[in-house]
Design a binder for this molecule. Structure first.
Ligand SMILES: Cc1cc2nc3c(=O)[nH]c(=O)nc-3n(C[C@H](O)[C@H](O)[C@H](O)COP(=O)(O)OP(=O)(O)OC[C@H]3O[C@@H](n4cnc5c(N)ncnc54)[C@H](O)[C@@H]3O)c2cc1C
Length: 357
């Protein structure tokens, strides 16, 4: 039976970035049930914003995570499209005060634009109270990014099998036996020192992982060829968002708590448009197609979940990236070799707690 240092199940942002960092020095197998960059990664708009929407506070380890994402993009040779500005109009007077304060406290990340400045720079965006302009961050196609990261991991020696669906695993004192079914529906088994479960909402199909109390949140996006009138707009976030992607505009998003199906709905499309119309009236004039995915979140912490979930310490979970997949995966995967060597290094609030651990 082939033997690996690490088997990773799931090739979304978590699995591909983990594979890239671990392949330097370890024998890694990455198995993916559908296609690389599928799951939530294949749906999301790809905004990597270091600022939280409501109060304009920085996200978890925002600056380090941005540095890690920049380094990863450079290391794998991922070239983002020329970046447009990303702005957040203030929605009310209270948010205006939060955003003004954020600009004072985080001058490296954001600048505050008064109503007049915002209008002069971005006339197509309604911002009657002014807006926050991000100085750092990205909007990138997450599926293409994950595919590029996986290719770079393969260049480092990582083996990738897709489609290959993880079916079961069994830990012993010496190693872990990992069983999966491949494209021809044939069963295969390999042995590994560690197994990392980076399956996004795929956790849901394993009874033992339900104990982790992860929380799925379905989200829908709509996409259309960018109407000429909107082509010069910046990327905009607010109650929803507008992002540019290779000549398309992508509008999002919805939040359906506890829902794991990925079927788009007309209601969600209407909700997205009603969120964005007050900011950009022109969004109504496009012919949209819809897609949906499921973000996995960790109730209580709003942080990812990473670490061993078995008594022997060989089975790890890596999930809960929420809406911050790009920044969190870049940050955590860069530290994964250290965490695997010494799990005590994992931030306490991210460690999984299993009743039967
Ligand atoms: C609508 C929406 C918009 C979003 N917008 C953004 C955004 O703008 N910016 C941002 O940073 N984040 C965004 N996100 C969040 C981001 O998409 C996620 O945080 C991130 O993609 C999660 O990555 P993951 O690898 O944990 O899971 P996933 O991307 O879901 O990947 C899991 C992978 O595991 C595979 N899998 C499942 N079960 C198995 C199995 N048994 N065996 C093998 N493989 C399996 C799946 O096929 C999948 O490819 C958005 C999410 C949604 C839903």
């Amino acid at each position: 039976m082939p033997k690996y240092d690490v088997v990773i199940a799931g090739a979304g942002l978590a699995g591909t970035t983990a594979a890239f960092h671990l392949s330097k020095g370890s024998r890694v197998l990455l198995i993916e049930a559908s296609g690389v960059g599928g799951g939530a990664t294949g749906v999301g708009a790809g905004i990597a914003s270091p600022i939280l929407a409501r109060k304009g506070n920085p996200t978890y380890e925002a600056r380090s995570a941005l540095d890690d994402l920049d380094k990863l993009m450079a290391a794998v040779g991922f070239r983002a499209e020329p970046q447009r500005p990303l702005i957040r109009p203030a929605l009310d007077k209270r948010q205006l005060r939060y955003y003004e304060r954020s600009a004072v406290e985080n001058p490296d990340l954001v600048e505050w634009l008064s109503t007049a400045e915002s209008l002069a720079r971005y006339p197509g965006v309604s911002a009657p109270l002014g807006s926050l302009r991000l100085k750092r961050g990205h909007v990138i196609n997450m599926r293409n990014f994950a595919i590029r990261v996986a290719a770079a991991a393969a260049e480092r020696g990582c083996e990738i099998v897709a489609p290959a669906q993880l079916e079961s695993w069994e830990e012993s004192a010496d190693d872990i036996a990992v069983r999966f079914s491949n494209a021809g529906n044939c069963r295969e088994a390999v042995r590994a020192t560690r197994l990392i479960l980076a399956m996004g909402v795929g956790y849901h199909t394993f009874e033992s992982l339900r104990e982790l109390n992860l929380h799925p949140v379905k989200g829908q996006l709509i996409r259309a060829t960018c109407p000429a009138a909107l082509c010069d707009l910046p990327n905009v976030t607010g109650p929803g968002y507008l992002a540019h992607d290779s000549g398309d505009i992508v509008l999002g998003s919805t939040f359906e708590h506890g829902v794991v199906d990925t079927k788009p709905s007309g209601n969600a499309t209407r909700e997205i448009l009603s969120k964005m119309l007050p900011l950009v009236t022109g969004v109504r004039d496009a012919d949209y197609s819809a897609s949906a995915g499921v973000r996995v979140t960790v109730p209580g912490t709003r942080l990812p979940m990473l670490g061993p979930i078995s008594a022997g310490g060989r089975t790890w979970i890596y999930t809960g990236l929420g809406s911050k997949g790009l920044l969190m995966s870049a940050y955590l995967s860069a530290r994964l070799p250290t965490y695997l060597a010494d799990p005590e290094e994992i931030p306490v609030r991210m460690r999984p707690h299993l009743a039967t651990k």
